[in-house]
Write a protein that binds this ligand. Structure first.
Ligand code: MN
Length: 415
């Protein structure tokens, strides 16, 4: 893959572009904002069964934009026409987030991305190149030496940087790549014009401490690191994707790549809503802010569940339907006195509907009385107790909704 060197004018132009890029990068490095890159539409959609139609992707992209996401991993143009169609719908339509397209380290993939992003503002379009770098990928997948991989990175990243303002490079399987070689890959990518370098834990193998060590080493051992932003990407195979992401934020990662509802390959990715809420509640610890409008999160989780057809677990943090529901008497009593007694944050903080006091075998008098009064009954303490006893006698799995409660109340209060 040999190309002729660009002429003098082209080189001056490239130099000027690099200066502008450096100003933007320095701004993000100095700011204490954590930038969210969402990959629901790409890695999320890779989850078996989570296929999205182009118009679904556009709806989700709009919702992500409203929530304040900084960039969208919009798809993999070289892999499918459907991805191209979805990206074309977003071009010019999605205003605030940067749109990036996934590319292998080939000119063809970069050209496909460049073509599909045409018409989008120049400073809002980017490519995200990836190439396997771990011993496993080098030997079994690519059959390439370290030097060949370094040359491939330098060549394709500079090809991309001549065409697009925003170029990310991620060494695939970074978390199983020898740290020294990993740093050489980053150095080569940044020298070639990468504006962001990615650290993907492709198979979700890391723990927070090991993730931290990698980030620390990257900041220490990549000599030109000040010319790029660091983005991290975690998978949840050990249930640690969010913890790893937060550990890297603490170590100074600038960008976090996440998905809504934690959708993604295998056990999924770090869940955007969980990372955003942890940051929102612990700004004192991280000293960083997320420019995410948390009140948009619960509806966003619902939208993604609906459009992907992948339902939310009842107990899914932030978006699950049990997050503001309780059946336990002591908790119900506390919530009625002050919602903060048994909640980490109120429903309105994430745009959820509200607290639900579910009636069941574990419920107490206060919740029963509250429900009855809301339905217009004025029961005596004794009648409340009788209703509660009746509820506790119902068979396992009974749903005590309003009509059911009304039947019980009417039967008892007529006596
Ligand atoms: Mn991934």
């Amino acid at each position: 893959m040999q190309r002729t060197q660009p002429g003098v004018l082209k080189r001056v132009e490239l130099h000027l572009k690099r200066m502008v890029k450096q100003v933007v990068i320095s701004h993000h490095q100095r700011s204490n904002a954590v930038l969210f890159s969402d990959t629901t539409l790409r890695d999320g959609e890779q989850m078996p069964g989570a296929t999205l139609e182009p118009e679904d992707k556009l709806r989700i992209a709009h919702a992500l934009e409203e929530a304040g996401v900084h960039s969208l991993d919009a798809g993999f143009p070289a892999s499918s026409e459907s991805d191209c169609e979805a990206i074309r719908k977003m071009v010019g339509e999605i205003k605030k987030p940067v749109l990036t397209c996934l590319c292998r380290t080939t000119y063809g993939d970069v050209d496909a991305a460049d073509k599909v992003l045409k018409g989008h503002p120049i400073h809002k379009r980017g490519v995200s190149l990836f190439c396997g770098t771990s011993p496993l990928h080098r030997e079994y997948k690519l059959n390439k030496s370290k030097d060949e991989i370094l040359n491939l990175i330098a060549d394709t990243v500079s090809y991309a940087a001549e065409r697009l303002a925003i170029v990310a490079f991620s060494p695939e399987d970074a978390s199983r790549t020898e740290p020294e070689f990993l740093c050489q890959c980053y150095q080569a990518a940044i020298d070639a014009g990468a504006t962001t370098i990615g650290f993907p834990d492709t198979v979700g193998i890391l723990t927070p401490d090991k993730a931290r060590d990698y980030v620390r080493q990257i900041f220490e051992d990549v000599p030109n690191i000040s010319k790029a932003l660091l983005a991290v990407h975690f998978h949840n195979d050990l249930g640690l994707a969010v913890a790893n992401t937060l550990a890297c934020i603490e170590e100074g990662a600038h960008v976090v790549q996440c998905t809504i509802n934690g959708l993604g390959e295998r056990a999924g990715n770090a869940s955007l809503e969980e990372v955003a809420m942890a940051l929102a509640l612990h700004e004192d610890q991280y000293g960083r802010t997320a420019k995410i409008d948390t009140t948009k999160l619960a509806p966003l989780c619902q939208l993604v569940a609906e459009l992907t057809g992948i339902p939310l677990a009842l107990n899914k943090p932030v978006g699950g339907s049990n997050i503001f529901a309780t059946e336990a008497g002591i908790h119900q009593d506390g919530l009625l006195k002050n919602p903060d007694t048994y909640l980490p944050f109120r429903p309105e903080k994430v745009g959820a509907e509200g607290i639900r006091l579910v009636l069941g075998r574990h419920s107490g008098r206060r919740a029963v009385a509250h429900h009855l009064e809301e339905m217009g009954f004025q029961p005596t303490d004794e009648q409340v107790l009788e209703v509660l006893e009746e509820i506790k006698r119902l068979p396992k799995g009974s749903v005590i909704d309003d009509p059911c409660l009304k039947d019980i109340a009417e039967k008892i209060m007529k006596r």
